[in-house]
Design a protein around this ligand. Structure first.
Ligand code: SAH
Length: 365
């Protein structure tokens, strides 16, 4: 489907580095770094210098930190490692320039990240875990289960690597790749603080969305942080019966509890909720489902993002016709619920989440 030359296989560029037994310096917030440097007897300004090398200039070795004394660089090298990711595959869409990356982590696990080009700038979709344990029936990311959560530095490096590779700054970030961000809560919060710090990449949290399948306890915790980013809820059903069939998390946190937490999020942050709804033919895409959904969301500051389901071969779910999807959207709007159909990007490179990693792992045996 994609242009042959557009597949870049960088397997030969071995990027292994010495990390075992060392501290992950890129996962440290500025205050933590300051504290550790003070313990090493360093002057106060060093923390900021190093932090800027890591998050603003984004170097990959201590040797490049040219304003540090050589002895300190040596000391840092012995105690810390600078994480980095290796691009093992890159697919470029001929249709719209979307770039999908398969990235290798330090322990040889892989995750995916996608760069999408919009008029207003580049948006990057990142993974938060290796695999996922939420078990949604339509999703490719959960097929092989869950391996581990990503470190703070690994999530940052998804953005840094794509910035470096494209030569363009990222203006929007969505946490919608592999994994459940609220199942990696502490690391994700720290990632958000570092990414938005003025001494770092300085990305405004207003340009960030976090997508969750609905871990209600964590949504309350998150709402209380009042960070002002957009919360996307993967709803995908108009009632508990259908939702529990496709999303096991619904048995733990049924829809009414989830919607209550969403109202709380809006109260705390003033940000309207974005509901993701993947339309699956014959499962959740009848007009009565649209009407039921509209009734449930009535009065909420919400927006529904309709997604024609991405067929995953192991799952057997199908997408309905264009007309069916549009009829669903119209039914929601007729009842006063704001709804759009997501424009598909990277259709020729199969940007469905989790599929690239899965193919790769299967090839490796
Ligand atoms: N775990 C988080 C984020 C990762 S999934 C979450 O559940 O929100 C990112 C989005 O893609 C979610 O809305 C998810 O439900 C959706 N998704 C997963 N598989 C899909 C498929 N086959 N077709 C369409 N959307 C899918």
């Amino acid at each position: 489907m994609y242009e042959k030359g557009a597949v870049i296989d960088l397997e030969q560029h071995e990027q292994q580095f010495d990390w075992k037994g060392k501290i992950d310096i890129k996962s440290l917030e500025l205050e933590e770094l300051n504290r550790q440097l003070a313990e090493m007897g360093q002057p106060k300004f060093r923390g900021k210098q190093i932090y800027s090398w890591l998050h603003e200039k984004r170097v990959t070795s201590f040797d490049e930190m040219s304003n540090l004394p050589a002895a300190l660089r040596q000391q840092l090298m012995e105690r810390y490692y600078i994480n980095r990711l290796c691009i093992i595959k890159k697919l470029v869409s001929k249709i719209d320039g979307t770039q999908k990356y398969l990235l290798r982590l330090k322990d040889n696990n892989c995750v995916e990240a996608v760069l999408m080009r919009y008029k207003y700038g580049n948006s990057v979709c990142i993974s938060t875990q290796v695999g996922c344990r939420m078990g949604c029936k339509f999703c490719a990311s959960t097929l092989a289960g869950w391996i581990r959560s990503l470190d703070v530095s690994e999530m940052l490096d998804e953005i840094y690597t794509l910035t470096q590779d494209s030569g363009e700054r990222v203006s929007n970030v969505v946490l919608m790749g592999i994994g459940e961000p609220l199942d990696n809560y502490d690391n994700v919060m720290k990632f958000l603080r570092i990414l938005s710090s003025p001494e770092g990449y300085n990305l405004s949290l207003r340009h960030l969305s976090l997508s969750t399948c609905g871990l209600v306890d964590k949504i309350y915790e998150f709402a209380d942080q009042k960070l002002g980013l957009t919360l996307s809820i993967s709803l995908h059903a108009p009632n508990d019966e259908i939702r529990s069939q496709t999303m096991p998390v619904n048995k733990r946190y049924p829809m009414e509890e989830l919607l209550k937490a969403c109202r709380y999020y809006f109260k705390q942050t003033g940000r309207r909720i974005s509901f993701e709804y993947a339309l699956i033919e014959g499962v959740n895409d009848e007009l009565r489902h649209a009407n039921e959904l509209a009734d449930r969301l009535k009065g909420m500051a919400a927006h529904v993002n309709l997604i024609p389901v991405n067929p995953v071969k192991e799952r057997g779910f199908k997408r309905g016709s264009r007309q069916r999807i549009e009829a669903f959207q119209k039914a929601l709007e007729a009842r006063g619920v704001n709804a759009t159909v997501r424009r598909e990007l990277g259709a020729d490179i199969n940007a469905a989440c989790g599929q690239l990693r899965r193919e790769y792992d299967q090839q490796q045996g």
